[in-house]
Ligand binder design. Structure first.
Ligand code: C2E
Ligand code: MG
Ligand code: MG
Ligand code: MG
Length: 280
């Protein structure tokens, strides 16, 4: 994209800016690993979108993703992220056999996208090219369900393509028990705000109930936003399956992520965080 066009982006409306970024330099991606509480092995990697460094007016995803949703651009953004994720994963796979490991790559997907009639067709088209990773779609909580039947049908069809569904930030926003009952969900994610409240009895009880409910429904549970050892220990005691957070590993660039996966051992992570082995 020419320099002048990039600086001009600061002056146009949000929807046009998002569309222009997708059509020009593209959004950046970062990757945050997920670690199993039981043995400390890697359990997956979540892809998180970032405003590109070369484009002025940097915004956090919490700002521009809801804007994309409000302007009907969520499917376009999510497909763009999926396409870039597949491309990145293929470049990782070309580098090392280790990236063929069985854990899934989790991509965040708006509820708006799974209600869009063209989304399934576009995803199927993107997945036609092989090889491809095991995928999980994290259904974000910021958009409502106007057409739950369409969403359920799309997600059922995606299950047929081997894509698992995760309910992100469970019990916040629009991700509630109703979604659990109506969608083919494989994982629940505990929101970082709930992880932050694990230093209170009420917080522990609330998270404990969510984990219990998930287990009763045969789902796995991932807690995000783990920032200290105490949170890790409490979640492990409550029976949580996987954890994510700055204490374990921050979101990484694609090159740092592949290095992290290649070099990863549970004990290496613990050395890096100055913790003794009993954490697992
Ligand atoms: P999320 O999917 O719940 O992602 C978790 C957020 O917590 C990420 O913020 C991550 O960077 C941050 N985080 C990770 N570990 C820690 C920690 O230990 N402490 C704290 N305080 N935060 C931590 P991020 O990347 O800013 O993303 C915010 C939200 O934007 C995401 O929440 C997700 O809902 C949405 N999002 C991100 N990427 C995409 C995307 O590609 N598509 C869609 N539709 N939404 C996306
Ligand atoms: Mg997520
Ligand atoms: Mg969220
Ligand atoms: Mg989340």
């Amino acid at each position: 994209m020419p320099e002048c066009a990039i600086s001009e982006l600061g002056k146009i409306d949000p929807a046009t800016r998002i569309r222009d970024v997708i059509r020009s330099v593209g959004f950046d991606l970062v990757f945050q690993p997920k670690v199993a509480f039981s043995h400390g092995k890697l359990g997956g990697i979540e892809v998180l979108v970032r405003w590109p460094e070369v484009v002025a007016g940097r915004q956090a995803p919490d700002q521009f993703v809801p804007l994309a949703e409000q302007h009907g651009l969520a499917p376009m953004l999510d497909l763009h992220v999926l396409e870039r994720t597949l491309r990145t994963w293929r470049s990782w796979s070309a580098l090392t056999r280790l990236c063929w490991s069985p854990f899934p790559i989790s991509v965040n997907v708006s509820a708006m996208s799974v209600q869009d009639e063209d989304f399934l067709r576009s995803v199927t088209w993107l997945l036609a090219e092989s090889p491809r990773p095991k995928l999980m779609f994290e259904l974000t909580e910021t958009a409502p369900f106007h057409n739950p039947l369409a969403a359920a049908q799309t997600l059922e069809a995606l299950s047929g393509h081997g894509i698992q569904v995760s309910l992100d930030d469970f019990c916040t926003g629009f991700n509630n028990h109703e979604r659990l009952d109506t969608l083919p969900v494989a994982e629940l994610k505990i929101d970082r705000e709930d992880t932050a409240k694990l230093d209170t009895i009420a917080g522990i009880r609330h998270v404990g109930q969510m984990i219990e409910q998930a287990k009763a429904a045969g789902l796995t549970v991932t807690a995000e936003g783990i920032e200290c050892r105490d949170q890790w220990k409490t979640l492990r005691t409550l029976g949580c399956d996987y954890g994510q957070g700055y204490w374990l590993c921050p979101p990484l660039s694609a090159s740092d992520a592949v290095e992290f996966v290649q070099d990863y051992t549970p004990s290496r992570l613990l050395t890096a965080t100055n913790e003794e082995h009993s954490a697992f």
